[in-house]
Design a protein around this ligand. Structure first.
Ligand code: NAD
Length: 365
């Protein structure tokens, strides 16, 4: 197994958490004899400083010609007053659309050892494991016409059957490997785009008789997500609703630092933690690298089809949390010992190695 991975550490804590994700990928490569080649490039604020652009040509070219892209975070307070198209975040938006990943996957899992971190009551969050599949390249964020003439502003929500079908297939395939249920979210009682969404998802579901489909209005879904998150398996939704619901689902886990994401379906998969550059904790060694490490696991699963290795990393995260290791964001009310970002990466590598050794020993018996 050989793969070329472009790493884009970016700004703030981005380089700190990306370094740990790379360390874990290197551990997996060492265990199994894979050859992962990492090539680092600039994006966001650091790229503006070095090259005058939040997404330099060399960065984009490297991403487009690699097998997968691992990103840290972009954004810095020094660009807060700059127009949106010149900010670090513009680089990320350009990259996402250039890579063409139309399905954004965001798992939200309640780990029992840190369930007390969630603002939800433990008995509500406990055991929840939701995969949000959000359509990423259509809807209101991209629809034309759009504009603002200072007295009126306009955005367009537009979806084609093809755009809905392809993301729906991602959700049904994912549900097949999980608990076999898709909840499709829309606002079909009001919006024509949602009516087309519902009809199309229902039609796609006929190819997946082993998966149960339910439809839910977005407002009801928002309520169920925090009152009964365990009722969900895969949650499929369009761009705007997905943006809002996936942030809401983050409360299940208890810290932004835990959340991973994958943008797939295009030529090259993009893997990134959900959190931003966290300028308030940059350089303190307190950043939680779990979101970045879990994003690396998603890379192994979706770009390289290394399901077992992806599961090993996810299991290692769970074991390390159960063993009581914490970064400060997940320490409150959960006991355990606080360690640095780098130490956290190290214990995850050790756990990954132990899990792989145990599996080898089991197969050898
Ligand atoms: P943020 O996610 O950076 O931080 C929000 C809060 O969560 C902060 O208190 C931070 O310390 C904490 N936090 C975030 N990640 C953490 C981690 N791994 N471990 C421990 N604590 C963590 O969001 P923000 O403060 O609203 O934005 C800061 C900058 O990041 C802004 O410039 C914003 O535009 C940018 N941003 C980038 C992305 C991205 O790169 N995908 C996403 C969101 C925000």
């Amino acid at each position: 197994m050989r793969a070329r991975i472009t790493t884009l550490p970016g700004d703030g804590i981005g380089p700190e958490v990306t370094a740990e994700a790379v360390r874990v990928l290197q551990a997996v490569a060492a265990i199994h004899g894979y050859r992962f080649e990492f090539e680092e490039h600039a994006i966001g604020g650091v790229a503006i400083k070095q090259f005058g652009s939040p997404l330099p040509r060399a960065t984009l070219d490297a991403c487009l010609t690699s097998d997968a892209v691992l990103l840290g975070a972009v954004g810095s307070p020094e660009y807060d007053r700059v127009p949106p198209n010149q900010r670090p975040e513009a680089g990320l938006l350009l990259l996402r659309s250039a890579l063409g990943g139309y399905a954004n996957l965001r798992p939200a899992i309640s780990f029992s050892s840190i369930a007390a971190c969630s603002p939800l009551r433990t008995e509500i969050a406990y055991g929840a494991d939701v995969l949000i599949v959000r359509e990423l390249l259509g809807g209101l964020y991209f629809g034309q016409p759009r504009g603002n003439d200072s007295t009126t502003a306009l955005n367009t929500m537009r979806y084609s059957v093809e755009e809905i079908e392809r993301v729906a297939r991602v959700a049904f395939e994912a549900a097949r490997k999980r608990r076999g249920k898709v909840t499709s979210v829309d606002k079909a009682n009001v919006l024509e785009t949602s009516q087309l969404w519902r009809q199309t998802v229902t039609r796609v579901s006929q190819h997946y008789p082993d998966v149960t489909l339910e439809h839910l209005y977005v407002d009801a879904c928002a309520m169920h997500l925090i009152t009964n998150p365990r009722r969900f398996d895969v949650l499929l939704t369009e761009n705007l609703f997905g943006d809002i619901l996936s942030d809401e689902a983050a409360v299940i886990t208890g810290s932004l630092g835990m959340l991973a994401s994958a943008s797939i379906g295009g030529e090259v998969g993009l893997y990134e933690p959900v959190h931003g550059s966290a300028p308030d904790i940059t350089g303190t060694g307190t950043a939680n690298p779990c979101g970045a490490i879990a994003s690396a696991a998603m890379m192994l699963r979706h770009s390289f089809h290394l399901e077992q290795d992806a599961s090993d990393i996810e299991l290692a995260i769970e074991h390390v949390l159960e063993a009581g290791y914490r970064t400060p964001d997940i320490a409150k009310g959960t006991g355990g010992y606080v360690i640095t970002t780098g130490e956290f990466g190290e214990v995850i590598c050790e756990a990954v190695t132990e899990i792989a050794d145990m599996r080898h020993a089991y197969h050898a018996v």
